[in-house]
Ligand binder design. Structure first.
Ligand code: AMP
Length: 127
């Protein structure tokens, strides 16, 4: 079964320039912007410009060029935000929610980069 991409999702609208965003990095294949409801002092969302629903959709179907571009943008964000442990930062957490059980709100693949404070326990299960 294929991944069913919904063109009306909010990140698709951001990519089409229909609604504003607080961009922190942009490349040919990737956009990174600040989360509108930040859960940490630094909360950046990294998204591919291509139409991928979840991380596994992206991992399976994106080109090598898109994947490298995405991951290099992650590295740029952790460096620019002062989070990278390779640059004297205190680290970060990267989260990607997928589907119903992952409690994904926006059905366009995105990686949350959270840092600037201790993020806490890895997960909290909710019923
Ligand atoms: P997820 O549950 O992983 O799908 O998370 C979606 C994230 O997108 C949430 O953290 C929202 O705060 C964030 N979000 C929703 N709309 C916007 C927007 N217009 N600009 C920036 N972040 C947004």
């Amino acid at each position: 079964m294929a991944y069913d991409y919904d063109d009306s999702n909010i990140f698709a609208r951001i990519l089409r320039g229909e609604i504003p965003n607080n961009t922190v990095a942009e490349t040919e294949h990737t956009l990174a912007f600040r989360d509108i409801r930040p859960l940490a002092p630094s909360h950046v969302l990294v998204i591919p410009k291509g139409k991928y629903v979840t991380m596994d959709d992206f991992a399976e179907n994106a080109s090598a060029e898109e994947i490298v571009d995405f991951m290099r943008t992650v590295a740029k964000i952790t460096r620019d935000e002062g989070l990278s442990t390779g640059e004297g930062g205190n680290g970060f957490r990267a989260i990607s929610n997928a589907g119903n059980d992952g409690v994904q709100e926006v059905p366009h693949f995105h990686l949350h980069i959270l840092g600037g404070r201790v993020i806490g326990p890895m997960i909290q299960l909710r019923d």
